[in-house]
Design a protein around this ligand. Sequence first.
Ligand code: AMP
Length: 285
Amino acid sequence: MSLTTARTVTDLRDRLAPWRKAGERIALVPTMGALHQGHLSLVTLAKSKADRVVASIFVNPLQFGPREDFHRYPRDEVGDLAKLEGAGADLVFAPDKAEMYPQGFSTRVNLGDLTEDLCGAARPNHFDGVATVVTKLLLQCAPDLAVFGEKDYQQLLVIKRLVSDLDIPVEIIGGPIVREEDGLALSSRNAYLSPAERATAPLLYQTVFEVAADLSKGRGADDAAHAGRFKLEAAGFRVDYVAVRDPETLKPLSGPVKQARVLAAVHLGRTRLIDNVAVPLPTNR
Ligand code: AMP
């Protein structure tokens, strides 16, 4: 394997220095590992926009609640490195917990409003954990651009906001959601699904897509969202939210809408799944 792995911030910076000196554009793709085609699509996108791609792998304890899946979150570093090499990454940053959060670490990056709603309502402190680790990664790597998936749409907006608010000199790029043939968005957490749950799971995307299609036909936002929730509940999902929001601010919308994002979060057994679709509908699916 020729792909190098940096374990410390010092090592990371040492390896980036010659690239930077040569004037190369550096892209960062942050991940929590257990990589799938969704992650790799971000590496490909990053490669198309930069000379060097750094992928980070760190299962960030700060973004998991006390009763969430931090300990059972899938980990497969050997497999991840092979996939990243195949996708053309130039460097992997895989620090351990003590490197990211040494004794005495106490700072949190908190964005307020944008993080208190939707996934933030169900997962208190989640986005503070995300914002804190992403701020650290951006300062550690100082990339020219960083790529995040639209799969985690609220997270993407949170990161754009924090970069703007804190004047971090990096361009944030969103990558489209990669899906299974049946529409289910790829996620490391799909591995938790039983065969029966896996068979039900594509209904999440189908429903969110239908809500978006209804909105495109002029159906009111509240009405369309309620219908989506009803459909998911009838199929056995425990629905956290089905929401129609402004695509930039995530503020609630009502009545007929022109531009929106339909977002949903559900529980299927022990697994929490999220998805979202743009209005107007993207033309490629
Ligand atoms: P994670 O490892 O789950 O923290 O995800 C790392 C990055 O990959 C995040 O920016 C996610 O939004 C993105 N991502 C996860 N799943 C997908 C997917 N199915 N399609 C596109 N991007 C994804």
